[in-house]
Design a protein around this ligand. Structure first.
Ligand code: FUC
Length: 750
């Protein structure tokens, strides 16, 4: 096997889940262990969740809202929190959780046991995993992929000698404890039937079919047996009642349809589909040197942990992030959860659902800039489910129009508060933040039809705040009750609190939401009166404030925080992913943001993977390339598992996506209205090349640089908008025509 920097590879099978390699098509996923005598493919289907939809809105919320607000305004924190814990938390307190689909277990029958030349690989160029080993004189190969166009997983077994492939296989789920039936439905197919449990739980089906070249296929009991074949193609399909009335029929229909195609055809369709997305971006920060050629990915990661720099591993990490988004979020799939789609636990960490006070949003930060706009779709579809439920939550809990969601949601788009955890639970900002992704998609694509379709959703999200905001004694419009996710403040008298009035993040999110609507209504030439109303309301939102340490204030008052190194840095939303603060437009606030970051880091901040990834983006926005790079290294050193999955700990995929976009933000930024080229290039990345990053305004950008200087810059205009470009201190502005390409020439002395 040839290992280039777009491959992740190992010299031994995975001993545990965090070493296995992920494949997926947005909906159907697998973790490939690559065992020699037993292959385990841990399976997921994105709609296998426990239980059906419920109304968990606390019926006593609205009645107690005025009292909680009054208690907070009077500074009686504990009373407010105690009352809120009873009247504002969900009934019951938790949303639904994600479950695994099961396992495909394949027991190989090899004539001998002595193995040599083992390797396994995830080929990022083709989205195929490959396992290879030699036993005796025979070299065995196993390739696995999950096809988006054909909606199946395909495993292909080949060997260097004819009649060498024999195995038995079956589907499993919790050692046969967590499904109802496993049945041979023909002499070459099995089906697993089950339900996830809970009221209105999901009905699932998964089927496999083996096709052998020479040799034989039969079933015995609930095993599928292959004997003495030259090559075998194993196809796996899955369907649930979430999407289909008759998931069994769907499952079998898919397998039958796909069986008519040859392996080569399936592979080719898969690669064509995948490469249409994957090949849009090229990143080269440094070639693999000779030394690296023999080093497997886990060995290279170990060396980075010991302090060695490895620029091509960083390019691989970047492309792996793009691979993960393509594999866990495609049109018609559900959005990527905390674990993307890959989860082996019946009760996963944080339910493997969608935490929307940072994590689900972080999953989608790379979508636009890394040229995977379509992968953003599932999030937009899910926002519509949230909108429906969130209208009920807005009305029943707060007596407000529009819609709202709290800090989590699930497969059903549940919007009632999650957990009874005061630092996080009562925070009505989740939907508003998600809606900013609609605006971001528009900004990058400039697709007015999309904006028109999304306008009502943006407006309903804003309407909630038109009703919800309360004017305080200083005439400021504030959210109450709320929290600054998920931190605790200390009052001058030493009392500690979480529930509060007007945390900075809330005002920043509302500022961004109102601004997007003001702009959207102008672009679409609609809703003039509403626009005027939002302009007035926006004026009265609390502005970002600088506190006594020179830091950006996290709360309306200049409180100290209980945990100065807290993983959430919510009040820097305005720096990233927001754009209210930047060194060029608000230098003083950018300085304060820097102080905040430094203070967090001095106290051990960034200790979870996603928090570290956020910090990379913040340093990128502060144009501190060197610091950002140190945190990229730190992400690899302390928060990356052997299979390059992000480690919260445990595995949580947001850090992969946050790290990926952080790398892109060092090379290109466009949030201030101009395309800022190489805004924060680390010294160590002195030469490199990136092609195909996207910028706001509908531009695609290719850059090459040497010794930190641009040697080539090309802008592709997709929509014919005016383009402003900034490199070092040189700014150029020019009109463009859609479909045209503009090479840039910069004066290197500037
Ligand atoms: C938020 C974070 C945690 C974790 C969880 C899924 O609550 O504060 O660190 O990422 O989401």
């Amino acid at each position: 096997m040839q290992h280039i920097n777009k491959s992740i590879w190992y010299k031994q099978p995975a001993k545990e889940w965090n070493e296995a390699l992920p494949v997926g098509n947005g909906r159907l996923g697998g973790m490939i262990f690559g065992g020699i005598h037993q292959e385990r493919v841990q399976l997921n289907e994105d709609s296998v969740w426990y239980g059906g939809p419920r109304d968990r809105n606390n019926p006593d919320a609205l009645e107690h809202l005025p009292q909680i607000r009054k208690l907070l305004a009077d500074g009686r924190l504990k009373k407010a929190e105690n009352l809120a814990a009873l009247t504002f938390t969900g009934t019951p307190e938790t949303q639904r959780h994600y479950e695994p689909l099961g396992d495909l277990l394949i027991n190989m029958e090899h004539k001998e046991t002595e193995t040599s030349n083992y390797s396994r690989e995830l080929d990022l160029d083709h989205a195929v995993t490959k396992v290879q080993y030699t036993i005796g004189d025979v070299t065995f190969n196993r390739e696995t992929f999950t096809s988006y166009p054909d909606q199946v997983m395909v495993i292909r077994f080949t060997a260097s000698e004819s009649n060498s492939i024999s195995f038995r296989t079956l589907l499993d789920r919790g050692n046969a404890r967590n499904y109802d039936e496993l049945e041979a439905i023909s002499n070459h197919s099995l089906i697993m039937r089950g339900e996830t449990g809970g009221k209105d739980g999901i009905v699932f089906r998964s089927a496999i079919k083996a096709t052998a070249e020479n040799g034989s296929v039969k079933t015995l009991g609930n095993h599928l047996i292959v004997e003495n074949a030259d090559a075998v193609t194993l196809i796996l399909s899955a369907a649930t009642s979430y999407r289909y009335e008759d998931p069994e029929q769907q499952c079998l229909k898919t397998i039958e349809k796909v069986s008519a195609k040859t392996y080569q055809e399936l592979l080719q369709h898969h690669i064509e589909d995948y490469q249409k997305l994957f090949n849009r971006v090229i990143l080269n920060l440094g070639d693999d040197n000779e030394e690296n050629a023999d080093l497997a990915t886990d060995q290279r990661l170990e060396l980075v942990k010991e302090g060695k720099e490895d620029l091509s591993l960083i390019s691989t990490y970047f492309q792996f992030g793009r691979y993960l988004l393509i594999s866990s979020s495609r049109p018609n799939s559900l959005p990527a959860t905390l674990q993307g789609i890959w989860n082996e636990k019946m009760l996963p960490p944080w339910d493997s659902k969608f935490t929307i006070n940072i994590n689900a949003q972080m999953n989608y930060w790379p979508a636009e800039i890394c040229n995977l706009s379509e992968c953003h779709d599932p999030l937009f579809e899910h926002i519509e489910k949230i909108k429906k439920n969130g209208k009920k939550t807005a009305k029943s809990m707060y007596g407000c129009r529009g819609f709202t969601a709290h800090h989590n949601t699930d497969i059903w788009g549940d919007t009632a508060p999650q957990d009874i955890y005061m630092p996080a639970t009562i925070w009505p900002m989740g939907a508003a933040w998600l809606c900013l992704h609609l605006w971001e998609h528009f900004e990058f694509t400039r697709n007015e039809k999309f904006l028109k379709n999304s306008y009502d959703t943006l407006k309903e999200a804003a309407l909630f705040f038109v009703d919800f905001l309360v004017e305080n004694e200083e005439g400021l419009l504030i959210t109450t009750p709320s929290v600054s996710p998920e931190n605790t403040y200390i009052l001058p008298n030493g009392e500690k609190g979480t529930l509060c009035e007007g945390p900075s993040m809330d005002s920043q999110i509302i500022f961004a939401l109102f601004t997007s609507l003001i702009d959207a209504s102008e672009i679409l030439d609609v809703d003039q009166a509403f626009r005027q109303q939002l302009l007035k309301l926006r004026e009265k939102l609390p502005k970002p404030k600088i506190g006594r340490h020179g830091q950006l204030q996290e709360w309306l008052e200049d409180y100290d925080e209980e945990e100065p190194g807290h993983r959430h840095i919510s009040h820097l939303f305005a720096l990233y992913p927001g754009k209210q603060i930047s060194p060029s437009t608000t230098p003083e606030l950018a300085g304060a943001a820097k102080v905040t970051l430094e203070r967090r880091l001095q106290s051990g901040g960034g200790h979870t993977g996603w928090s570290r990834a956020w910090i990379i983006n913040m340093w990128a926005r502060l144009e501190e390339g060197e610091l950002a790079y140190q945190h990229i290294l730190q992400l690899l050193k302390s928060s990356t598992l052997p299979n390059l999955f992000d480690n919260h700990p445990p595995f949580q995929i947001d850090g992969n996506f946050g790290g990926t976009v952080g790398i892109a933000e060092l090379l290109l930024q466009s949030h201030t209205g101009e395309l800022h080229l190489l805004p924060a290039l680390p010294n160590e990345w002195s030469s490199g090349q990136v092609k195909g990053l996207k910028a706001r305004g509908g531009f695609e950008v290719d850059l090459s640089w040497e010794k930190g200087e641009l040697t080539e810059g090309v802008i592709h205009s997709l929509n014919g908008e005016k383009c402003a470009v900034l490199f070092n201190n040189e700014r150029k502005e020019f009109e463009t025509t859609a479909g045209h390409t503009y090479p840039l020439v910069f004066n290197h002395e500037s």
